[in-house]
Design a binder for this molecule. Structure first.
Ligand code: 2AM
Ligand code: CA
Length: 266
């Protein structure tokens, strides 16, 4: 692999370390599934355990860097120059149900721009990573987005709406509108892996509302470096870490934007 920034090396090392206990925890899920208590609490602690290993590794190298994580929140608030954006388990519902479609997702941001990122599914052993200007990789192979030209021939992926969403009807009607204009749509349950799969050409595009920044920070740079296009819409109605995203192979981007029931787009 030709990625060699100190940050990408740190992230991949932290991911490999955290994945050992995450794989063990995932192995436990099957037993808990049939227990009366269920795996709920266990998953929360697996999330926290994974996050702690990741944070310890990254903080040891750079105690001064800011961190945004799903479980702990924001650390070193004043450092806006260098930040790690961490989702210890993206695809928690899959993890909870023993479905091996989840990933550790870590992005590194400099001056507000994601510079490198890693999305690692420890069960399938697929590591997607990218660094600005140096391309995107799946394990040791360079990846590129698909070459699909028309949205009507495209396979898209999406997620949501989440249980507490107040705009479920809007999301469902958008889903109907888009499905009627594409070859097919999948819903896999991990935003990070959805984006990584667009980056390596398995899907042609992805859209989703009401995401958190940590779900997609690493995906942004991986997809861009694989030749894809990412943008956000209706930013104005969202708190700053909330995101509505469109991410595609670039060819179908305008067509997908046109199908989104948007008020306003960047
Ligand atoms: P999570 O698994 O880390 O919660 C599922 O559609 C995707 O959306 C997952 O990547 C999931 O991340 C993300 N997501 C973000 N906020 C969510 C929420 N409140 N409920 C469910 N999924 C959410
Ligand atoms: Ca997530």
């Amino acid at each position: 692999m030709r990625l060699n920034s100190p940050q990408i090396n740190l992230i991949t090392k932290a991911c490999m370390k955290a994945s050992r206990s995450l794989i063990r925890d995932f192995g436990e899920i099957e037993n808990l599934q049939v227990s009366t208590k269920g795996p709920g609490d266990f998953v929360t602690s697996a999330d926290k355990r994974t996050e702690k290993i990741l944070m310890d590794e990254l903080q040891r190298a750079h105690p001064e860097y800011g961190i945004i994580t799903e479980e702990t929140g924001v650390i070193n608030k004043t450092n806006l120059k260098n930040r790690w954006i961490i989702d210890p388990i993206d695809g928690t519902m899959n993890f909870l149900n023993g479905i091996p479609q989840f990933a550790i997702s870590i992005g590194y941001e400099e001056d507000g721009e994601v510079k490198c990122g890693v999305i690692f599914n420890p069960i399938t052993n697929e590591m997607f990573c990218a660094e600005k200007g140096n391309g995107a990789y799946l394990n040791n192979s360079r990846i590129r987005v698909s070459n699909k030209k028309k949205i009507i021939d495209s396979l898209l992926v999406t997620g949501g709406p989440k249980g507490a969403s107040k705009i479920k009807d809007k999301i469902f009607s958008e889903y109907i509108n888009i499905s009627n204009n594409v070859s097919n749509v999948r819903k896999f349950g991990s935003a990070a892996l959805d984006m990584a799969y667009v980056a390596c050409g398995r899907f042609d595009g992805y859209w989703q509302r009401e995401l958190n920044y940590w779900d997609i920070a690493a995906g942004i740079i991986i997809l861009k470096e694989a030749g894809g296009l990412v943008n956000f819409f209706e930013e104005d109605i969202q708190p700053s870490l909330k995101k509505n995203i469109i991410a595609t192979n670039s060819n179908i981007h305008e067509e997908l934007r046109g199908l989104i029931n948007k008020k306003d787009i960047e």
